[in-house]
Design a binder for this molecule. Structure first.
Ligand SMILES: Cc1cc2nc3c(=O)[nH]c(=O)nc-3n(C[C@H](O)[C@H](O)[C@H](O)COP(=O)(O)OP(=O)(O)OC[C@H]3O[C@@H](n4cnc5c(N)ncnc54)[C@H](O)[C@@H]3O)c2cc1C
Length: 286
């Protein structure tokens, strides 16, 4: 069940699952899927993912082994696409290299960060990423942030394209300073967001409006609003919590209602930030 691999804890089964540890194992898995005409999706820490309750009728990959490791070479962080941000930050701090601190409150992996140009506190993947090795059924290529099409919470990557490795350019910074910045950012995060609940991070991208998505939904009176086992966080309205045995369908119903209310009250069409996998979609705003 993919609910085991998402931070919100919802989602049905995958047709097939593999944990490649090297680029050649990854290529083998992709070839296996091509032979069977199966779609492929990669799951990182599932922290930005809403998987259909019916599951995903394809091959799900979770990178492991050397594809989930991280090391420092000179002033570069070299990481597998499946390396957790927390591990990368730890390696960078131990080597006295700064630049990755902003990712301390993003509970994902390097590949998930590339996929949506993850960012926080004024920085983002595109600012420090030098290049990423993208593997698909046709082979592998190193791509720069421009070639990946990284813009606000977006890349041009498609399912079936796997970020196997990434290289980040960091700069010297005393470990004590890094530690202090991380403590400060984590404190800010804890004060503003439901960090102790099961969520999938920001539900909607911030619109081009004076209000953020969270403030807009709060003004619509949606904090604490519940459908089935899912509820809009009473702490931050751009988060949906798995309050009690939620299904992905409950979260989708809340998202649909939130979009309707934001359009009625502010004339804004909110765009979802969370990635949807499998037969799951938001109804159109009619
Ligand atoms: C409490 C909380 C706070 C958060 N705060 C932030 C924040 O401040 N800023 C922010 O940007 N995000 C935030 N997020 C969202 C999330 O952590 C990020 O989007 C993160 O980058 C997702 O990484 P992941 O590895 O968990 O990806 P997943 O959620 O597993 O997957 C997300 C997408 O990336 C794709 N993907 C994952 N790995 C790969 C790979 N190796 N190759 C190709 N595609 C891949 C998946 O197929 C999927 O489409 C938050 C989430 C939570 C739960």
């Amino acid at each position: 069940m993919l609910s085991r691999f998402t931070t919100v804890g919802t989602g049905g089964p995958a047709r097939a699952f593999a944990k490649p540890e090297t680029v050649s194992e990854l290529e083998e898995a992709l070839g296996w899927a091509v032979e069977r005409d199966l779609p492929v999706a990669t799951v990182g820490l599932g922290s930005n993912l809403l998987v259909a309750d019916q599951g995903f009728d394809g091959l799900v990959l979770r990178l492991a082994g050397e594809l989930a490791a991280a090391e420092i070479e000179g002033e570069r962080l070299i990481a597998g696409g499946g390396a957790a941000n927390a591990v990368c930050l730890h390696r960078a701090r131990a080597a006295g290299l700064g630049g990755f601190e902003f990712a301390c409150a993003i509970p994902g992996t390097v590949g998930g960060g590339v996929w949506m140009n993850a960012g926080a506190y004024g920085s983002e993947w595109a600012a420090i990423l030098e290049r990423a090795l993208v593997v698909d059924a046709d082979g592998s290529r190193w791509l720069t942030p421009a070639e990946l099409g990284l813009t606000y919470r977006h890349s041009e990557l498609r399912h079936g394209q796997v970020v196997a490795r990434a290289e980040f350019r960091l700069s010297p910074r005393p470990a004590e300073e890094i530690k202090a910045t991380v403590a400060e950012l984590q404190g800010l995060r804890k004060a503003a967001q439901p960090t102790n609940k099961r969520t999938f991070g920001s539900v909607f991208k911030n619109p081009e409006h004076e209000l953020s998505a969270g403030r807009m939904l709060e003004a619509c009176g949606l904090k604490g609003h519940r459908i089935g086992g899912a509820q809009i966080s009473p702490r931050h309205a751009n988060f949906i919590e798995n309050a009690d045995g939620a299904r992905s369908a409950d979260a989708i119903a809340l998202m649909a209602e939130a979009r309707l209310r934001a359009r009625e009250q502010f004339g804004v069409e909110l765009e979802h930030e969370v990635e949807l996998l499998g037969p799951i979609e938001l109804p159109p705003l009619s």
